[in-house]
Design a protein. Sequence first.
Lengths: 334, 524
Amino acid sequence: MISYIIKRLLALIPVIIGVALVVFLIIHLIPGDPAQTMLGERATVESIERLRESMGLNQPLYIQFINFFRDLLRGDLGRSVMSNNPVIAEISVRFPATLELSFFAMIFAVVVGIPAGIFAATHQNSLFDNFSMLVALIGVSMPIFWLGLMLIWLFAVILGWLPPSSRLSVGIEMEYITNILIIDSILQLNWAAFKNVLSHLILPAIALGTIPMAIVARMTRSSMLEVLKKDYIRTAYAKGLQDRIVVYKHALKNAFIPIITVVGLQFGVLLGGAVLTETIFSWPGLGKYLVDAIYARDFPVVQGGILFFAITFVFVNLIVDISYAAIDPRIEYN
Amino acid sequence: MNNFKKVSILLVLTLIVALFSFTALAQDEGEYGGTFIFGRGGDSVGLDPIQVTDGESFKVTQQIYDTIVMYKPGTTEVIPGLAEEWDVSEDGKTWTFYLREGVNFHDGNPVDAEAIKWNFERWGNLDHPYHIGGDFTYYGYMFQDYPGVIKEIKALDEYTVRFILNEPQAPFLANLAMVSFGIASPEAVKEHGENYFKNPVGSGPFKFVEWRQGDRVVLEANEDYWDGRPYLDEVVFRSIPDNGARYMELRSGSIDMMDYINPEDVKSVREDDSLDLVLRPSFNVGYFAMNMEFEPFDNLKVRKAFAHAINKEALIGAFYAGLAEPAKNPLPPAIWGYNDEIEDYPYDLERAKELLTEAGYPDGFEFDFYYMPVPRPYFPQPKLIAQAIQYYLSEIGVTANLLSYDWGTYLDKYYNDEFQSYILGWTGDNGDPDNFLYVLLDKTQNHGGYRSDELHEVLIEAQRTVDREKRTELYMEAQEIIHDDVPWVPIAHSTPPLVKKTMVKNYVPNPTSTEKLHRVWLDE
């Protein structure tokens, strides 16, 4: 197991080099001068030249790449051209926000999606099955920005039950320690802040979790259906075991591998930042930040952000792979 | 009428006038206290005003910093700021400013002549030890390089500072009022170095409290502000990127004011008694340019025909939700020197066709028409506006091929004069006519093949003149020349909408896009 993890971690190195190279090339080879884009309508020839020089754009491409890679090895992703803030500092503020939201979105997806999938599978072709799969289909095809705005409109504007957006209300005092606010509020035993943070999480978590929820429900249903047709299930029933025990102990455990895979993949995708949800719910996460940087041609941010995303994704996959063994002892790692 | 009656009427009138002025005074008297939450479309990039170029940063730094002179609320007229008064030498090269005494930065250090000198040297001297942390873009831009037009700065005594210029610069005073040139506490800059942009210290009406990136900036009242303590205790700028979501925040009551509303929501604001729509005076121009280096735009009659063929009113109704005014000059009307006597070419298809026939194109022609890939305040929906212009031109038999590039490439090609025709625009910097007319249309600056020597002479003379009245005359003349030459069809000056709760009082939007908030109060 340990040697497997080490092997996987070593395999990260070529992945990082590859991603770094691709990101670097994409951002430097697409048309449109970053300096020009940044200065906009009021650029003069001199100001463009000066900015190009300070950004190192005057050097040959390979030198720029070597410099970028050398800094990368030192753990330095550079400074944002727009704000002059170190990219690492920006990521360390924004990633926890993304992580927190993704985590709650996945909880919503799993807590709703798996039971719905199981129930649909055990009651195949029932009214509930058809209804829940219809809901799942709608969920998968739902435009997030529309769903998000509707949620805000209904729960914040009309009913006034939940705050419309952001992470914490103005006027609630709390220190940011980890930048995962729910943890910060617990660390400080600040229950007013805890309640406030939680109430801010509900709507964006539902909006962001809806598509994964639908995917998880469909995957659970089909995986369960497959397992429920197996001989050993029939045997279990023949032994006179209770319905519940057959479904949860015998069937679900065996149906879990594809479900875990989907959950892991979805979580990995969410960790890259959800641009639309973050935009609508004013969530200061990684996705919106990266997209803004792409528009502004703030290439140190784009390079650093995508690289970070790639590494996170690989790690999530690694955790998923390891968790297979925990669920299914037949799986071995060599 | 006997005398008694006359006197009584006079008395009653005086009383009425007095009563009205009293009410007016009473209205100006605000209530102290409260937190004002402003919802905006994005976060600030940084809080060192000389290092940034984006409006979201300036909105905040306008509150934290003071400038030597500033704009009178709602206008681009220059009034005293940190300097109570100033004088200028005959040749326009020596400017002396007399500073207010007893003004301190938020860290307690005095705002004196040395501090002003230190700030300008930091910005303009490339070898200054604190010329770090960015590109000081607006300094180079407004003072034409580093140190550019400013030759020397002298602190004559504690409260007198003198600027000696290499050559007279007419908009010099207006430049000093720009939010970019907010005076920072030298001690704070030295303390924080490259990270000063996160720890701003000025002498403005509000002090910096905290900045949660991507989320909010919090400021608190500066009790000792030289222009009186702000009414508000606290100001919070929240980033709410989506226009629709921001509007819902306002409707749900979690913010007090916002900018950039979706055009389709304007109607519901007008119908809601608890909300006010406030229009910012325009500070921009969106135009359609015809490159005279390409045929047939070298022909004045063709350009005039185009000016007659585009229906500006209809464009504004359809694409700006009515929140703009048709442009007849390159200058927006809020800027001094605007020539209101100019009569725009009316929308007249018959006249347009006649002009095309006279120009030798009775059957029209085909040409390339580039539109911007990104919305700007002056062109909120560039593609749709370009399509509408294409349609208008088809009415006079002309075929426009619509084309676009990504923004960086678009600007690149614009600077290299590669477009046969295009739409683009400009938002002002310092409120000086030079900042529109010279920058966009002088023969050394224009990117549409417009090379008028006559206009060049007028604009250069205006740059070298200090007397405001004389300059006004010159700019009036310049606008006539431009009107006659038709290098552009000016389309619109947009008036960006702001929406506030009615309980927010005394918010006076400035054309320059930012305003100080110390006179704003909440009627709770």
